[in-house]
Design a protein around this ligand. Structure first.
Ligand SMILES: CC(C)(C)[C@H](NC(=O)Nc1cc(F)cc(F)c1)C(=O)N(CC(=O)NO)CC1CCCC1
Ligand SMILES: [Zn+2]
Length: 184
């Protein structure tokens, strides 16, 4: 199982690389890696396991964060209506998005960034993404709210982008134009 020891931290070069597409159909090894990403996120939200193994509670994880430069992400998060989104995806691609933006009112953090970096992170308010699931089937997701933010954060990791790249240096909490605030 993945623990915090496996998660590389800011400054590690892999976090700034563009990850490679996973060849389809996925190999057994790639399936195991992707399953382990989702397993981490689910385990990290279980208070007993999180405490026992010292896991930082997470809502998403991307393969580059365990030093695997391949296009795989896992997300396990509930939206504001309590609907559970739980996905382990190969080669996710945003195929369309709203003009309107959204941002987490608390700012963002990252499992690969130990210190807090304050500031609003502009995201698209709504996205449509296509990906391949663990069974090799194509999935198409239309997302908004917190799930949309999490998926965008994870897909950024596949392109070597960190959340703080978007923060306005002069005024981190400068209101974002045409953006809806998303509460945690
Ligand atoms: C870095 C950490 C703070 C642990 C963050 N968790 C998080 O934002 N939890 C959260 C947010 C809510 F809005 C409501 C709620 F119920 C729980 C997280 O897992 N990530 C995942 C990560 O680092 N992936 O690479 C960072 C998030 C920041 C915005 C999207 C993902
Ligand atoms: Zn992150």
């Amino acid at each position: 199982m993945i623990t915090m020891a496996d998660i590389i931290r800011d400054g590690h070069p892999t976090l700034r690389r563009v990850a490679a597409e996973v060849t389809m159909p996925p190999s057994q090894e790639d399936k195991e890696i992707l399953k382990s990403l989702l397993e981490y996120v689910i385990n990290s939200q279980d208070p007993e396991l999180a405490e026992k193994y010292g896991l930082r509670g997470g809502v998403g994880l991307a393969a580059p964060q365990i030093n695997v430069s391949k296009r795989m992400i896992a997300v396990h998060v509930k939206d504001e209506n309590g609907k559970q989104y739980s996905y382990a995806l190969f080669n996710p691609k945003i195929i369309s998005h709203s003009v309107e933006k959204a941002y987490l009112t608390t700012g963002e953090g990252c499992l690969s960034v130990d210190e807090a970096i304050p500031g609003f992170v502009p995201r698209y308010a709504r996205i449509t993404l296509k990906a391949i699931d663990l069974d090799g089937k194509e999935v198409k997701l239309r997302l908004k709210g917190l799930p949309a933010i999490v998926f965008q954060h994870e897909i950024d990791h596949l392109n070597g982008v960190m959340f703080y790249d978007y923060i306005n240096e002069n005024d981190p909490f400068l209101p974002i134009e045409n953006a809806i605030p998303v509460e945690r």
